[in-house]
Design a protein around this ligand. Structure first.
Ligand code: GLN
Length: 447
């Protein structure tokens, strides 16, 4: 598959032919990574997750409740990439409303991992990652609320990047948990991820949480020869499987050989990350998803009264995991429990952010696992709590609003990719991408 960088040098005709080819290959692949093949304009085709608005497209967040909804406007990230020689092509499969870690909760059925079609691609941006890994997309957009770009990238052996909260406009992204959500790139290599990130970033007055300052483009000045101070949190790594620990140790050695300094750090409160995240995220989700009532968006259920309309539309339209999150979210926000859960979680969230910032007083980047294991088998996770726990390495970064990038570093004995992530301080995407370029060179992962 040609890279995004190469594709940007091609003519309109060549790109149209290439898009035809991608469409045909995707339909044959059996991966179920695309849930639509719409095209918007001309240019390098970029696959777009099904929760990002492209004007005139049916955009559904992989939910039954949004069947029939047509996006009346365009997400700022899509507008931005169109101004840089790219177009939106196709909708990527995902977990319903981006709630999940496997892409199994999609209304359209699960996406498969191209390295082993008996395994999940990760989630929630599983369609985006599987398509890039499977050679049926040049690059893709995903969204990351608690790891949904970085974790599927790791499971599929591609690069996935979550920008600093506020760096990429959320205008046109279907809200899951508004204080955590960010759109970001999934690509074949670090340079392509930087090109796509450069294209979509920037201030947007339509998103009140958008950061109001411009920063330089990164891709043109990538420096893989930087020497950085990289922190590792040893106790953190011990919670991962042997495969991950082995790849982690090898990567640390390669980073040292490349001239980076490794500093060992501790972080005591990581055990609260999961509880904090699943309180904050579900509280915001319950609020955000209240708008899907059969009146304003998408599918409307048969009913005789208004109350029945709300009840039937939501009962029929939402899947099991989404309902669980709405129930949890309303519970933690209910009077009597609000202080004990929601307010407490907001306080802990500050402590988590402070703990990261403390490490960044002495280090440029943090190296961490992305997930405690390689991609699990399809249908193997039955307990929701077990799935939530697998997010342990990614969600703290969203709670703290930091940028992170996941890249493949090794394969286990079964040939499944292992990804690790670098994390930087807020708005230091430049150091993040330079470190990632250096790590990519040092690990020399072969596809
Ligand atoms: N797996 C996490 C969740 O289900 C993260 C999802 C995401 O980043 N969108 O909430």
């Amino acid at each position: 598959m040609i890279t995004l960088k190469e594709a940007l040098t091609k003519s309109k005709e060549e790109l149209a032919a290439l898009t035809d080819e991608l469409e045909a290959k995707a339909k044959e692949s059996g991966l179920n990574a695309y849930v639509g093949f719409e095209r918007s304009g001309e240019g390098v085709p970029i696959l777009v997750k099904d929760n990002i608005q492209v004007k005139g497209w049916s955009v559904t967040s992989a939910s039954k409740i949004l069947q029939g909804y047509i996006a009346p406007y365009e997400a700022m990230a899509v507008k931005n990439l169109k101004a840089k020689g790219m177009m939106a092509f196709g909708r990527a499969n995902m977990d319903e409303f981006a709630m999940g870690s496997t892409t199994e909760s999609s209304f359209y059925g699960p996406t498969k991992n191209p390295h082993d079609t008996g395994r999940v691609p990760g989630g929630s941006s599983g369609g985006s990652a599987a398509a890039v890994a499977g050679g049926i997309a040049i690059a893709a957009l995903g969204s990351d609320t608690g790891g949904s770009i970085r974790q599927p990238a790791a499971y599929c052996g591609v690069v996935g990047m979550k920008p600093t909260y506020g760096r990429v406009s959320r205008y046109g992204l279907a809200a899951y948990a508004s204080s955590l959500d960010q759109i970001g790139p999934i690509a074949q290599n670090v340079e392509d991820a930087a090109i796509l990130y450069d294209a979509i970033k920037g201030h947007d007055p339509k998103d009140s949480t958008s950061a109001d300052f411009e920063i330089e483009d990164i891709a043109n000045n990538l420096n893989p020869d930087v020497k950085l101070k990289i922190a590792v949190i040893d106790s953190y790594v011990e919670a991962a499987d042997a495969d991950i620990q082995k790849a982690f140790a090898q990567t640390v050695a390669k980073l040292e050989a490349a001239g980076h300094t490794i500093v060992h750090k501790e972080m005591n409160n990581t055990k609260y990350d999961i509880a904090t995240y699943y309180i904050v995220a579900t509280a915001e989700a319950a609020t955000n998803l209240a708008r899907y009532d059969g009146v304003r968006y998408g599918r409307r259920a048969e009913s005789k009264t208004t109350e029945e309309l709300f009840f039937n539309t939501r009962s029929e339209g939402f899947g099991e995991e989404v309902k669980r999150r709405i129930l949890l979210g309303n519970f933690v926000l209910s009077s009597g429990y609000y202080d004990a859960y929601y307010v407490k979680a907001q306080k802990v969230r500050h402590l988590i952010r402070d703990a990261y910032n403390k490490i960044f007083e002495e280090a440029d980047l943090i190296l961490s696992p992305v997930a405690p294991s390689v991609a699990p088998k399809l249908g193997s996770i039955h307990d929701p709590l077990e799935m939530y726990k697998s997010d342990m390495y990614t969600i703290g970064i969203n709670l703290a609003g930091l940028p992170g990038i996941s890249l493949p570093v090794a394969r286990n004995d079964e040939g499944m990719p292992v990804g690790l992530q670098l994390i930087a301080k807020a708005f230091d995407e430049k150091t993040l991408f330079n470190g990632a370029a250096s790590m990519e060179k040092a690990v020399n992962y072969t596809k």
